[in-house]
Design a binder for this molecule. Structure first.
Ligand code: ZN
Length: 377
């Protein structure tokens, strides 16, 4: 059988450069109307029992070249279980040698979360009697912006993920968080739903997800740089969500992401916003400490540099929400590689671990709920 490579499916991304013998040379395709690229997802056929060398040639020009050091490619035969295949990065080329056990095998930057799976997630969630579904509007490609609302409490909690569509771990996290929040046998969730109202956007960027983008929407716009002035032409996704937030207010918010380079789970906060207060900062720290206590997969040593007072980037959602609504808002970053403090050599960071962290985050929210409920100064 001859080797063949394809990516013409939901979330797919690759360009075949050449196949010579057992060597397959590939390139990642840029996001449409943008220079960002790093996400890939493709299928290799005809390689059963044969050692093949896969080389991704254009890694040096990708969005985060440091993401390839210590990174191992994700591989699956059944598209359920994704295991890591040992890879090496040298001279801008990511190389992996594998011997597939079947004539059809799949490779990706991280376990994919397709739009088809997203529709399954929404279909499952709306079965729960507490869940109110609404489309906040349509994207530039004509997909619905799916929004779920549940709970009856005063505290307004917003959870949203995947502004950067290639960060698929963010929607795996959502699956875990929703699973927990809608579990009627979980006492924490029952109380959370009494004392808070949840607003959930499991996928902020359906167009980028379907197109196989790393970081942008259908017109090459990075949605997490639009929150100060979203427009219908460039960033309707943000415009819809921010308009809804203006109606509900926001007390607590999590924006869920993945980080290419840092092999750890960490939070980024809203230090540096003009209206920053000690009380607001203390609530962020309280959540962070609660999560450290609950999940050994979370830590606070590794992460991004904290912006100086007044230097926050208000085009990013976390800073914008903290400034605009006085929210305790945060960006959660999960690794593409692994959590180096608690590594898993078979799967690396994975869908199951992302889901588990989603559940842990809801437990941490429960832990600080009394503090969040205190009136703001
Ligand atoms: Zn991101």
């Amino acid at each position: 059988m001859t080797l063949s490579v394809s990516s013409a499916f939901d979330g797919g991304n690759i360009r075949l450069v050449a196949i010579e013998g057992d060597r397959v040379d590939l390139e990642i395709v840029k996001d449409h109307m943008s220079d960002f690229y790093q996400w890939f997802y493709f299928r290799l056929t005809g390689a059963a029992g044969r050692e093949v060398e896969l080389r991704i040639l254009n890694c040096a020009g990708s969005a985060y070249p440091h993401g390839w050091d210590g990174y191992n490619i994700c591989m699956s035969h059944d598209r359920e279980e994704w295991q890591r295949a040992e890879s090496s990065y040298k001279g801008g080329v990511l190389t992996t040698r594998v011997t597939p056990s079947a004539d059809s095998v799949w490779f990706a930057y991280f376990a994919p979360y397709t739009m088809e799976r997203h529709h399954d997630l929404i279909a499952d969630a709306v079965q729960h009697p507490a869940v109110e579904y609404r489309s906040l509007g349509q994207t530039l490609d004509g997909q619905e912006m799916d929004y779920l609302k549940f709970g009856t409490g005063k505290l307004q909690v917003w959870l949203y993920a995947r502004q950067h569509p290639g960060e698929t771990m963010a929607e795996w996290w959502m699956e875990g968080a929703l699973e927990k929040l809608l579990d009627d046998s979980d006492p924490v969730s029952r109380r959370l739903r009494e004392r808070a109202t949840f607003h959930v956007v499991p996928n902020m960027n359906p167009d980028g997800s379907k197109r196989g983008h790393l970081r942008t929407n259908a017109v090459g716009v990075n949605l997490n740089r639009e929150w100060h002035e979203p427009t219908a032409e460039r960033s309707p996704e943000v415009l819809y969500v921010r308009n809804e937030m203006d109606k509900t207010g926001v007390d607590f918010a999590m924006d869920v992401h993945g980080d290419e380079a840092i092999a750890a789970n960490f939070l980024a906060g809203f230090e540096g916003i003009p209206s920053w207060t000690k009380e607001q900062g203390a609530l962020f720290d309280a959540f962070s400490n609660a999560l450290v206590a609950i999940s050994p997969d979370f830590q606070t040593e590794k992460g991004y540099e904290i912006p100086a007072p007044g230097k926050a980037n208000l085009s990013m959602s976390t800073a914008q929400l903290a400034e605009r609504y006085g929210a305790v808002s945060m960006t959660l970053e999960m690794p593409f590689k692994d959590n180096d403090d608690l590594p898993d050599p078979v799967e690396g960071w994975s869908p199951d671990r992302s889901r588990a962290l989603g559940r842990s985050c809801m437990d941490a929210l429960w832990a600080i709920l009394p503090d969040l409920e205190k009136p703001k100064r």
